[in-house]
Design a protein around this ligand. Structure first.
Ligand code: CA
Length: 220
């Protein structure tokens, strides 16, 4: 994980950089807005810690420019205590979170971890198997780019298999994870749903593993 720290206070910059490096991150540093802006605009960072009060170019302008240029990395802003307007402006400019000065390094590290986690979760919201794509944020399923309409039960089943692509998922597991306790566990409903999904997708990505359950596999 590669991070950028943009902070003009040399002591604070060093403290942050040291703590982040100790925590196992790769850290680049900048001491003014222009330098920070240039780095964030050209280098692929997993997250940025950005001070709002910076020489040459203020943090809000830096952030606005990044977002305008399509730079979408998570940004944790550092704000002066009691400057609520900084926070409002910062969020409006595209910040993901903030820490007010003076702060505990532990809090910065914890907030950063949360941002990075969310960023990975976000990146994983689309699943793919062969020509089938499932977007877990929008609930959209497509085959070779063409949208397919699934019922909510069918969608949940396919989404579960997509999340666990690469292993066999038993019928019991599907029932436990997809349905409430009133569901008739002895019924063959799962098989019926699988049959419908296969038909709707028009491609067979759900393989039946006899006696064990189901597994996704790209056709061919
Ligand atoms: Ca500052």
């Amino acid at each position: 994980m590669r991070l950028l720290v943009v902070e003009d206070d040399p002591d604070l910059n060093r403290q942050l950089t040291t703590a982040l490096t100790d925590a196992g991150y790769v850290v680049d540093r900048a001491f003014d807005g222009e330098e920070g802006h240039h780095l964030g605009d050209t280098e692929p960072y997993d997250a940025v810690i950005l001070d709002i009060g910076l020489p040459k170019m203020d943090g809000i302008s830096v952030l606005e420019s990044w977002r305008r240029n399509g730079r979408s990395m998570p940004v944790l802003m550092l704000t002066a205590r009691d400057r609520w307007s900084d926070k409002v402006q910062g969020f409006d400019a595209g910040a993901d979170d903030y820490v007010a000065k003076p702060f505990h390094l532990e809090e910065v590290l914890a907030r950063l971890r949360a941002l990075l986690r969310r960023a990975v979760g976000h990146a994983k919201s689309e699943f793919e198997c062969g020509p089938v794509r499932l977007d877990s944020r929008t609930g959209r399923v497509t085959v070779s780019g063409n949208p397919v309409k699934l019922t909510s039960h069918e969608y949940r089943l396919l989404a579960y298999l997509m999340h666990h692509n690469g292993r066999v998922v038993s019928r019991t597991e599907l029932v436990e994870h997809l349905y409430d306790q009133d569901f008739d566990r002895d019924s063959n409903t799962i098989e019926v749903f699988v049959g419908r999904i296969r038909k709707k997708l028009g491609v067979d990505i759900i393989q039946t593993v006899r006696g064990l359950g189901y597994m996704l596999a790209a056709p061919g």
